[in-house]
Design a protein around this ligand. Structure first.
Ligand SMILES: [Zn+2]
Length: 65
């Protein structure tokens, strides 16, 4: 599973990111700023989210590969 994430700094869409491996962190291909997706940050605090996985996945522009 990869994710498309809009950079919070410049708005550029960064595609096909493996956010699960980086705990939501990504480096923008356009401006180079690092940011953490807030949905992953939330999950790290409350790991009990697992049963809501379907709903949570819908919050991303998820791309099956
Ligand atoms: Zn950016």
């Amino acid at each position: 599973m990869t994710y498309d994430v809009a950079c919070p700094v410049c708005g550029r869409i960064n595609r096909s990111l493996y956010l699960e491996e980086t705990e939501g962190w990504m480096e923008c291909e356009c401006c180079g700023n690092s940011s953490q997706d807030r949905n992953f940050r939330k999950r790290a605090k409350i790991p009990v989210f697992r049963k809501d996985q379907k709903k949570r996945t819908g919050m991303y522009l998820a791309v099956e590969t």
